[in-house]
Design a protein around this ligand. Structure first.
Ligand code: FES
Length: 104
């Protein structure tokens, strides 16, 4: 069962779980500011669920590939399946593309 380390939290999930869903199910603040309400609900179109991830995830989706360098190497949590133990960092900014780490 993969583990997800984010901030001081250590979560577990079933391999292949959607990263966005696991974070939301565990009340992790995945979205910043107004995007907590104004987001695409996991369709991969708004880009506001961007996170930095170390560890095994599914390959980038078409939506992520289309964003290319705009994602700064980060992943869209809604497009990623957890394939092993990972470490996740959420950054500030409307799209989670800022430089400051969000304390979780
Ligand atoms: S929730 Fe909109 S891109 Fe992930």
């Amino acid at each position: 069962m993969p583990t997800i380390k984010i901030g001081k939290q250590l979560l577990t999930c079933i391999e292949g779980s959607n990263l966005r869903q696991v974070l939301l199910d565990n009340k992790i603040p995945l979205y910043n500011g107004p995007t907590r309400v104004l987001n695409c609900q996991g369709l991969g179109t708004c880009g506001t669920c961007a996170v930095e991830v170390q560890g095994p995830l599914s390959a980038p989706s078409l939506q992520e590939k289309l964003r290319g360098p705009l994602l700064k190497g980060r992943r869209l949590a809604c497009q990623a399946q957890v394939l092993g133990d990972i470490r996740v960092v959420k950054y500030g900014g409307l799209w989670g593309l800022g430089q400051d780490v969000v304390e979780i």
